[in-house]
Design a protein around this ligand. Sequence first.
Ligand SMILES: NC(=O)c1ccc[n+]([C@@H]2O[C@H](COP(=O)([O-])OP(=O)(O)OC[C@H]3O[C@@H](n4cnc5c(N)ncnc54)[C@H](OP(=O)(O)O)[C@@H]3O)[C@@H](O)[C@H]2O)c1
Length: 335
Amino acid sequence: MTQVKSVVLARRPKGNPVAEDFQVEVSDLPTLRDGELLCHNHFVSLDAGFRNWMNEGSGDAVLPAMELGEPVCGLVLGEVIDSLNPLYAQGDMLMARFAWQTHSISDGSDFIARLPATLEFDPAAYMGVLGDTGMSAYFGMTDILKPSSNDCVLISGAGGAVGSIAGQLAKKSGARVVGLVGSEEKGQWICDVLGYDAAVVRGDADNMAEAIRKVCPEGVDAFFDNVGGEALEAAISNMNHRGRMALCGAVSSYGVPAYGPSNLFEIVTKEIRAEGFMTHFRHDRYEEAREALSEGLRSGALASPEYRLQGIHQIGQAYADLFAGRNFGKTIVEL
Ligand SMILES: NC(=O)c1ccc[n+]([C@@H]2O[C@H](COP(=O)([O-])OP(=O)(O)OC[C@H]3O[C@@H](n4cnc5c(N)ncnc54)[C@H](OP(=O)(O)O)[C@@H]3O)[C@@H](O)[C@H]2O)c1
């Protein structure tokens, strides 16, 4: 009988997750029922946003709160190996919101994006630059910020999965692009490898505002925010009149009491347009986004840096590494 290995939520993380919050469990694969499909997962994507639903009582319109002792909900890439669901056939490649496990059974009601029958790129790319990650960068940049060569663009979490793609897309527009990062080393890396014009190492809100001002003396026209809290406050105080802000995430506040920016009134006085977005509500535009990003990969204009670990036992550590900022680019585990 096939065995399923699953990473379960062993305890609710306190603040940033650590490897011990997760545990690998082995179980027998249940028999497939009518309407279900069985997916053999090859890659697990580690995404900061899912931390939000690891807290007790955190369920909302997007996802229910994760249960203790149950497989951790997350994005996977896999192949359908058996199906009693008329919409999916053996051999279909899926990027889906199932769980951190080697095999997943779904009745098809989960979030599922079908991949092309023939994959042009390394399969892992369909979790990163061509997955939710790259699409978040794409939707935030092309739909909301729309940078041009006259702009100074600031990106927080600039060397992470979403940030590393967002920075390259902004550079393509001719804008001056500045990244907020957690360390000097990552700052150097985003400039050398991703083409950022400059980096600012995060500090507390006051230091950060001053550090951004030094690097962006003429102010910020467009801000892509992955971090929230103090980074958002520091960015607001540097925004120009009628600046734009794309609010993609707030990793600084997942699992800890959120730091509330004290200068929100500047959004009014500077007539700033701030728009949040969720990529999974733009499911109907995945083909468009994937094609635009594929073009960048084909031409070599877009790098897709990865922090890749091997084996299901590494998933907890990989997730902890992401919150410790050890990832340069997309965090992924190959099963
Ligand atoms: N809206 C959407 O549809 C959507 C979709 C996907 C992702 N997102 C959001 O995009 C953001 C990035 O997610 P990701 O999965 O790509 O993760 P990621 O950027 O690859 O990793 C998170 C990065 O954030 C920084 N970080 C971690 N903890 C932090 C803290 N407490 N304060 C400040 N920075 C911290 C670290 O970089 P440093 O080294 O710079 O500290 C870390 O590498 C998240 O906010 C996520 O929720 C949104």
